[in-house]
Design a protein around this ligand. Structure first.
Ligand SMILES: Nc1ncnc2c1ncn2[C@@H]1O[C@H](COP(=O)(O)OP(=O)(O)OP(=O)(O)O)[C@@H](O)[C@H]1O
Length: 393
């Protein structure tokens, strides 16, 4: 029997202190510094009516900066050690790069204990809250808009993976990290977990971080990170956007809960069209929608090497190159991993959730299937965990 226990929680590097981070921060250039007073004034003293979101990092506020510019500011929660690391990573990773499909970091505030990130404000929230959210949303996501969103996200990722040096692996591609501007153009956000990939390095070994449901199995199990892990997450997101539903929906009958599994089943039966969001009107190009689903399957294949690189994905989405159906093999599903045990969840970030009501133990493949996947559905929370392997016969 193989067991794959995962140790969630406090990481050795989480012991990094705020002053360690300040030292590292001193070396960062190209980032505008805001004073705490400036940001306090811009949010009416962090007035709750200006609060627009809450993530693992802390609270997010809408702010009116000097000269009237509207920004979103993320205030790192004081108790979050993990957040201190992510704060620095975010600044290091995106202060130097710009792309139309990446959220723009305007600057930050490092004053006393205050750690605040300042971004361009995105008027239409995240895909998780709008397209996939259960609440009221009056945005009509027709097929043209969805297709533009998918292509935009793919372009942003292709830029990070292939044009920036060293390459950047985002590690947390998911619907809540795709923000939409006033024209519904997608912007990839939340670079707190990103990793820079030095040239000529095939993978980096790292503690696993990301969101259950979007995690590539080989990364979740072995902690070996390559750009193909992001490509897997993108594939899951692509299928979600076309279907208009979350990858996991525990309210559905068991056979319908896991979207990626269903996509593979319907693909094999030649009935992919069943999965295209029924709320799309008759103008939806069903052939194109099915092509996107097939690209989602290509991106989520179990063998990382079979997943196309993002620039190829962009070309397939735009129709510049065709999708070779003979290349599609079964998706990698974490639920396929036998006897996965997850224990000892101590994520110290306030928004981080454990994957079960009992944070300590998951065991058996069945509980992995139900708990691991459902955790993302119910919380969307980002996890950090260390895979540890125990093999017993
Ligand atoms: N630049 C922005 N413009 C507008 N709203 C934003 C912006 N950044 C974040 N938000 C809002 O704040 C919410 C929380 O964002 P945040 O990135 O902190 O957490 P998350 O991605 O939802 O969760 P997690 O931290 O677990 O990944 C987002 O879902 C979004 O609604």
């Amino acid at each position: 029997m193989h067991c794959f226990p995962f140790l969630f929680g406090k990481r050795a590097e989480s012991a990094v202190t705020t002053s360690d981070v300040d030292e590292e921060f001193a070396a960062v250039q190209n980032v505008k510094l805001y004073t705490y007073k400036e940001l306090r004034d811009a949010t009416d003293d962090f007035c709750p009516t200006n609060k627009i979101g809450e993530g693992g990092f802390g609270s997010v506020y809408r702010a009116k900066l000097k000269h009237g510019k509207i920004a979103a500011i993320k205030v790192l929660s004081a108790e979050s050690q993990q957040g201190v690391n992510e704060f620095l990573t975010e600044i290091k990773v995106i202060s130097d790069i710009q792309h139309e499909n990446l959220v723009k970091l305007l600057g930050c505030c490092v004053e006393g204990k205050h750690r605040i990130l300042v971004y361009n404000y995105m008027e239409n929230n995240s895909l998780a809250q709008t397209l996939l959210g259960s609440g009221m949303c009056n945005i009509g996501f027709d097929w043209q808009i969805r297709s533009r969103i998918c292509i935009g996200i793919a372009c942003g990722l292709a830029f990070l993976h292939e044009e920036v040096h060293p390459h950047i692996v985002h590690r947390d591609i998911k619907a809540s990290n795709i923000l939409l501007d006033k024209d519904l153009a997608p912007k990839i956000s939340d670079f707190g977990l990103a990793k820079l990939m030095p040239a000529n390095v095939t993978h980096v070994s790292t503690r696993v971080a990301g969101t259950l449901g979007y995690l590539a199995p080989e990364y979740a199990v072995r902690g070996q990170l390559t750009r193909r892990a992001d490509i897997y997450s993108f594939g899951v997101l692509l299928v979600e956007i076309v279907s208009g539903r979350n990858n996991t929906n525990k309210r559905l009958p068991i056979g319908e809960r896991y979207l990626l599994e269903r996509t593979w089943e319907y693909y094999q039966r030649g009935e992919l069209v069943v999965l295209v969001d029924q709320s799309l009107d008759s103008k939806c190009d069903l052939d194109e929608a099915c092509r996107f689903l097939k690209i989602g399957l290509l991106c989520t294949q179990d063998a990382p090497k079979l997943r196309p690189i993002m620039s190829t994905v962009v070309k397939m989405l735009t129709g510049e190159i065709s999708v070779d159906e003979t290349k599609i093999t079964a998706p990698g599903l974490i639920s396929d991993l036998c006897d996965l045990k997850v224990r000892d969840s101590h994520d110290d970030r306030p928004g981080a959730k454990t994957a079960s009501s009992d944070p300590n133990i998951f065991s058996s493949s069945d509980s992995v299937k139900n708990s691991t996947f459902s955790s993302r559905e119910s919380t969307g929370a980002t996890f950090n965990f260390t895979p540890v392997y125990e093999r017993s016969v």
